[in-house]
Design a protein around this ligand. Structure first.
Ligand SMILES: [Zn+2]
Length: 234
């Protein structure tokens, strides 16, 4: 698909996106502790925004270190945002919101939507887990589902936001597995589906090939399976 944005999958739930004007956005930057992230992509120093789906360590990852190093904004659900501040995030880098809220930055906007999961950070309650809908001006809509199982509102999100690209957890055990994930894709009707949250650790057994077969059965979406570190858009 022809896009103005560039996108890399960095393994697990982590992405690097570059907006049409060149702003650098990281989603769930679990990098230094992620065994699948290539070494040369574990320490980014050119970040403008970090967007978080929820507070678990495999999603917040290197957020506080990257924020300190780069001065980037960190966008997170309100309770998680306050916990990040408690653990060192500067107030002027903190951007909090909650479900249904949309924030506009430079040439993109971010909406926090529902996900069916839990959220904590360093042993404390971190609000609710969410998904992120990122709409780029004159370009695509990218929907990162976060960690979740299938739920009925995805049908509504598909109608409302018409995402072109969806990132869907398939690893099983802590999230849905391949078949449920393919049902989500059917509900959202994107052009491209990218399986995430699998293969990072032995327990995340969901198989992307199996996901691809289920998607082919249910919908028209093109399943892309970049390797960790690979650019797949732009
Ligand atoms: Zn997770």
């Amino acid at each position: 698909m022809d896009t103005k944005i560039k996108a890399w999958w960095l393994g697990h739930s982590a992405f690097r996106l570059e907006s049409p004007s060149g702003k650098v956005i990281y989603i769930d930057p679990f990098l230094s502790g992620n065994p699948t992230t290539p070494d040369d992509q574990k320490n980014p120093d050119d970040v403008d925004y970090i967007l978080l789906t929820h507070g678990h360590e495999d999603h917040v990852g290197d957020t506080l270190d990257i924020a300190k190093k780069t001065g980037c904004k960190v966008v997170a659900q309100v309770e998680l945002s306050h916990l990040l501040k408690k653990h060192g995030l500067e107030e002027d880098q903190r951007v909090e919101f909650n479900k249904g809220g949309t924030i506009h930055f430079d040439d993109f906007s971010v909406t926090l939507v529902d996900a069916n999961h839990s959220s904590s950070f360093k042993g404390e309650y971190a609000g609710e887990a969410g998904g992120l809908i990122i709409s780029f001006e004159d370009d695509i809509c990218f929907y990162h589902l976060g960690d979740t199982n299938v739920f009925g509102d995805l049908e509504l999100y598909g109608d409302m936001y018409q995402p072109h690209v969806v990132a869907v957890p398939i690893g099983d055990y802590y999230t849905m597995g391949p078949q449920e994930a393919a049902i989500c894709v059917d509900m959202l009707q994107p052009k491209i589906a990218v399986p995430i949250h699998y293969g990072t650790f032995p327990v995340l057994t969901g198989d992307p090939e199996e996901f691809k077969e289920f998607v082919a059965e249910y919908s028209e979406a093109d399943v892309q399976m970049p390797k960790p570190g690979d650019q797949f858009l732009g």
